[in-house]
Design a protein around this ligand. Structure first.
Ligand code: LLP
Length: 385
């Protein structure tokens, strides 16, 4: 990401998010190039990662579909121009108004996570005289090598339908008049860098498909969810995730039946590296054992370090002076309001601009107004020339 020209940031209130649309467009190009190799592969952007309308518009221009988990997301992506027939709608606890919104808009597919949810979708669709497409989210009981808070595919997690109930729910759906069974949906977790985890998922899907096939059940859609990780340690060296290996892994390991399409729900891998949180140093404080760079961004602007112990590379955009060691902390009244500890930065002084990299995914969208703080604004490189 190009952060050399800081003049463009003059007069903008910090902290704010900055999105480099060159990085975003290059990422989208690579995705389109790689998926072109495999007919029937279709990527839905997981809007939960970043719902900034300017970012969404760039993603829509590249032709991707979209993965929503709330009625609010469905409304937001429609504002950005995404057509409803590219929307998949997941979530364990959809409210009636959200189901209605999906049905009214004839979305591509609901990813259904329980029998009671299926019954309500069928009931609402019947009231509206419509037929809703449904995929069933199956909990594959496949682990992923990532942080415990972001694994989703284990039997103990709240997500999805147990494998042993898969045939029961498909059978139930076949008896309902207002739902149309389309396929299976999975998601094992996020920030996954080991392709073996995706191999394990593909193997599990193969087993389940064999079982269904032996019972004469046809599946059109296989949705493998998202989860591809990004390089938080060396983001400048690796701005674009390894989509080649990712899609190749599925192509090699997932056994498809004729006519099946494979759907992906990638969030972080699409937007993670195009965004940075830009913040200003308010004070440098010498503690008895530490030197603190106190910045004007807090965990309210970027909660990932406090919530998941996540690492975001931090750089000083203003100074080239010799490096010193700092704890970079925010102004929030919580001891977990720490971005990183004992890191080297070019010597920091009051007023310096600091960038926290790889913050395009689960950054701006997870911001809160705790301590009555203003929400950070997101700007793109297209607007700040
Ligand atoms: N599909 C489903 C069903 C999901 O639950 C998720 C993410 C995705 C797709 C997109 O996953 P991705 O490609 O972005 O890994 N806030 C956390 C991440 C939570 C992910 C939740 N589900 C973080 O900041 O690391």
């Amino acid at each position: 990401m190009n952060l050399t020209n800081t003049n463009r940031f003059q007069g903008i209130r910090t902290p704010f998010y900055y999105y480099d649309t060159d990085v975003l467009r290059q990422t989208l190009n690579v995705i389109n190039e790689e998926t072109k190799k495999y007919p029937g592969y279709f990527v839905h952007y997981a809007v939960k990662a970043n719902a900034n309308i300017k970012v969404l518009k760039v993603i829509n221009e590249a032709g991707l579909g979209i993965d929503c988990v709330s009625g609010g997301e469905i409304e937001q992506v429609q504002k950005a121009g995404f057509p409803a027939n590219k929307i998949v709608f997941a979530g364990v606890g959809k409210s009636d108004w959200e189901i209605e919104l999906g049905i009214d808009n004839d979305i591509f597919c609901f990813n259904v996570e329980s029998i009671p949810e299926l019954e309500i979708i069928n009931e609402i669709a019947e009231q509206k005289g419509k037929i809703a497409n449904v995929c069933f989210r199956i909990n594959p009981n496949v682990g992923a090598h990532t942080h415990a808070n972001i694994t989703t595919g284990l039997a103990e997690n709240k997500f999805g339908i147990a494998m042993e109930d898969m045939e029961k729910i498909i059978d139930l759906a076949s008896q309902m008049k207002n739902v149309n069974f389309k396929g299976l949906h999975f998601h094992i977790g996020s920030q996954i860098l080991e392709m073996d985890d995706f191999v394990a998922l593909a193997n599990r899907i193969n087993e389940l498909q064999d079982k269904l096939e032996s019972n004469g059940i046809k599946v059109e859609i296989i949705n493998v969810g998202g989860g591809l990780g990004i390089d938080y340690v060396n983001p400048q060296e690796n701005p674009i995730p390894n989509f080649k290996d990712y899609f190749e892994t599925y192509n090699k390991n997932l056994k498809l039946r004729p006519g099946q399409t494979v759907h992906f729900e990638l969030g972080r891998a699409i937007v993670g590296q195009c965004g940075a949180l830009i913040t200003r140093v308010n004070f440098v404080k010498q503690g008895s054992v530490k030197q603190f760079a106190i910045v004007d961004a807090g965990m309210t602007d970027l909660i990932r370090p406090a919530l998941y112990d996540a690492h975001h590379k931090i750089i000083n955009l203003t100074s080239q002076a010799t490096e010193e060691v700092y704890d970079v902390v925010g102004p929030i009244c919580e001891s977990s309001d720490v971005f990183d500890k004992d890191i080297k930065l070019n010597q920091v002084k009051r007023g310096d601009l600091i960038a926290m990299l790889s913050a395009g995914a689960y950054g701006e969208i997870m911001a809160s107004s705790y301590n009555c703080r203003k929400l950070p604004v997101g700007y793109t490189s297209d607007e700040l020339k």
